[in-house]
Design a protein around this ligand. Structure first.
Ligand SMILES: *[C@@H]1O[C@H](CO)[C@@H](O)[C@H](O)[C@H]1NC(C)=O
Ligand SMILES: *[C@@H]1O[C@H](CO)[C@@H](O)[C@H](O)[C@H]1NC(C)=O
Ligand SMILES: *[C@@H]1O[C@H](CO)[C@@H](O)[C@H](O)[C@H]1NC(C)=O
Length: 622
């Protein structure tokens, strides 16, 4: 049996064991669906496992903690629950999910509620070239209602959030307020004495405020109060009471909820949309250590343009028509480019985009006059912003941006690091690599690859700034290292690279070769790529190839890097399909975990990590 037949045979067996949901999932059913994913602290997902409709589970924070977020639609006096799983004393119907689809920036659910269809679209904009838009920590939920029976119906929609959005400890006291301007805005936070700057409980930030807002146009009502009271009110009356509960109390004490409702009036077959904005603002966002051991407070970039939460929300609603167009264009581009590789690849990349960007925040600091200084803009990542790999990234950035200022400004440091690589990269000492969870190892073949590419990258950086002598010297060092490395790193059989020099039976994914491709260096001989490609063919399991011979697990990001350096499309495609099979196989209800077993798809704890950005490796080569 050939390789591909083996893999698909095993998958058929596996998939037939899972119960499929009654609704369709396009392009695939992921482990968890991004709902509002913009920052490390605005990160709401719908867990799936083998499939749960929008009203079959509560949304979760990326860690798995429950986030109260409910939705009802009232059609001719009958209320249907379309989001969350509330229980009430008043009877109500459940809407029935018909389909689910995701794109790079949107998750779209269609549910039928009696004689209307309800389309719920969660849009988390991804616009890294627009710092203002990218830095606004809000997401959109648009609920669109249309009649399906050629009659008009009287329709109201309802949604609320709980105070679970503001802390990792539900015993803390929450405060809240509701403001009516051009919007109706609920603001919720933990009581100020309990707020703690830059502190987390269960990965949740302990300062700042959550916001839930709707435009104050038409017949809009609001209410705050105990979850049962507020939801019963809407289910019975189809509208809210415009009353405020001011008994500030613990998040879990008669669960206060913050509800918004809109009476749409008569709805025919033309869809009637209503947009909600959900967000979490804190200021400052980052404590940054600067020279001399001092620290500085950094704010979200949007504060340099907008001056109050009300203004932020106002602007966010104004942006919506434009953001929806930009998002549709961006989604179409990611999909079309990914489809040039395969449908499975498009399923992976489109699921990864919000996860990667949702772990970042764009920050800015004030100058000595108290004004925001645009030249101080820095992006921070919640995780994996460690120090390795800088030379490769610096060159890649320069090649793509054609902007020499970064390498010019930092030339001295880049060159200083290169000296370390010249000493240490060919024969790496006992150390960890980016796969630190696998432990220390001396003489790591894959680490040497990265180090040698780093030297060659510095040669290119030197060439770009006009230092041709240095460029020629480092190029010749890197090239001679590659020759020596081939002798150290190739197994005695000549069939594969080892995991570590001299350990002939060991091997692993030599994913760091991707840097050679990304930078267009052609530093490593084609025969090395071909040897690895051919070796991997015999070892592909249902969910991928082992990361290395120390364990039977693998990493999705390094699998995709390996696919990007495969010399045969069949090997590339089967590696990509293995990742898609893992994520679409019902093995997890976590946001795209990146570490899992190759044999049975069992995931380990790595969830919602920005390393999912690595899944775009093949797009970076286009
Ligand atoms: C950062 O902000 C906090 C809260 O406003 C303040 O207490 C602290 O002194 C600030 N730190 C610096 C270095 O300015
Ligand atoms: C690492 O490899 C070099 C070159 O083959 C060898 O001299 C050295 O002993 C190895 N170190 C370890 C700890 O295996
Ligand atoms: C090449 O670079 C190495 C490492 O910086 C240095 O030791 C050596 O002197 C350089 N050779 C020349 C010819 O410049």
């Amino acid at each position: 049996m050939n390789l591909l037949a083996c893999v698909s045979g095993a998958l058929l067996l596996f998939q037939s064991a899972l119960a499929a949901p009654s609704w369709s999932a396009t392009p695939i059913l992921p482990g968890s669906i991004p709902l509002a994913v913009r920052t490390p602290y605005l990160s709401a997902w719908l867990p799936q496992g083998s499939g749960r409709a929008l009203n079959e589970a509560w949304p979760q924070f990326w860690t798995g903690a429950t986030l109260g977020w409910a939705g009802f639609v009232n059609v001719d006096g009958v209320s249907y629950n379309f989001m969350g799983t509330p229980t009430l004393s008043t009877p109500f119907q459940k809407a029935v999910q018909k389909s689910f689809e995701y794109t790079a920036t949107q998750s779209i659910f269609v549910l039928s509620a009696g004689a209307v269809d309800v389309t719920v679209t969660f849009l988390s904009p991804v616009e890294p070239e627009n710092l203002l838009v990218q830095s606004i920590p809000f997401s959109y939920m648009t609920v669109s209602v249309a009649s399906t029976d050629n009659k008009v119906h009287d329709v109201s929609i309802y949604s609320d959030i709980s105070a679970e959005w503001v802390s990792g400890d539900n015993n803390l006291i929450a405060n809240w307020g509701t403001y009516k301007t051009d919007q109706i805005v609920h603001q919720i936070e933990i009581s100020v004495p309990q707020q703690q700057l830059f502190s987390e409980v269960n990965d949740r930030i302990q300062h700042g405020s959550a916001y839930y807002a709707i435009k104050n146009h038409g017949d809009v009502t609001f209410q705050t109060g105990a979850d049962h009271d507020v939801r019963n009110q809407f289910v019975q009356k189809g509208r809210l009471a415009n009353t405020r509960d001011t008994n500030f109390r613990a998040i879990n004490d008669n669960w206060p909820v913050f509800a918004l409702s809109k009476h749409l009036g008569k709805v025919g077959k033309l869809p009637v949309p209503t947009t909600f904005a959900i967000g979490h603002i804190r200021d400052p966002i980052i404590e940054y250590i600067v020279a001399g051991g001092k620290s500085e407070n950094r704010s979200s970039y949007f504060w340099s343009k907008l001056h109050s939460p009300a203004e932020v929300i106002d602007h966010f609603f104004d942006l919506y028509p434009r953001s929806a167009i930009v998002a549709n264009k961006f989604d179409a581009k990611i999909k079309a480019d990914s489809l040039k590789i395969s449908a499975d690849y498009a399923a992976i990349t489109t699921l990864s985009v919000r996860q990667a960007f949702g772990a970042t925040e764009i920050s800015i600091r004030k100058d000595s006059h108290g004004n925001y200084d645009p030249s101080s803009t820095l992006v921070f990542m919640k995780e994996i912003s460690s120090d390795g790999n800088i030379l490769i990234m610096a060159l890649s950035y320069t090649q793509k941006s054609k902007d020499l200022s970064f390498i010019k400004k930092n030339f001295q440091y880049l060159d200083q690091w290169t000296q370390f690589l010249i000493e240490d990269s060919l024969v790496p000492e006992l150390q960890i690599s980016s796969d630190d969870f696998a432990g220390h190892l001396a003489n790591q073949t894959n680490l040497a690859i990265k180090g040698i590419i780093g030297i060659r990258a510095m040669a290119e950086i030197a060439n770009l700034v006009g230092d041709k002598t240095r460029g020629a010297n480092y190029t010749s060092i890197a090239e001679s290292y590659v020759k020596e490395w081939q002798v150290y790193a190739t197994a005695a059989s000549g069939q594969h690279l080892t995991l570590a020099y001299g350990q002939d039976d060991s091997w692993g994914l030599s994913y760091n070769l991707f840097g050679d491709k990304l930078l267009g260096l052609n530093l490593f001989p084609q025969s090395v790529y071909k040897m690895q490609n051919d070796w991997y063919k015999a070892f592909i399991k249902p969910f991928g190839i082992i990361l290395d011979t120390r364990n039977t697990w693998t990493k999705s990001d390094w699998t995709i890097f390996t696919a990007a350096i495969a010399t045969e499309p069949a090997v590339r495609d089967s590696l990509i399909s293995a990742v898609a099979n893992f994520i679409g196989g019902g093995h997890t209800d976590a946001p795209f975990p990146d570490l899992y077993e190759t044999g049975d798809g069992r995931p380990y704890g790595f969830r919602a990590r920005p390393v999912a950005g690595g899944h775009l490796a093949l797009l970076a080569l286009m």
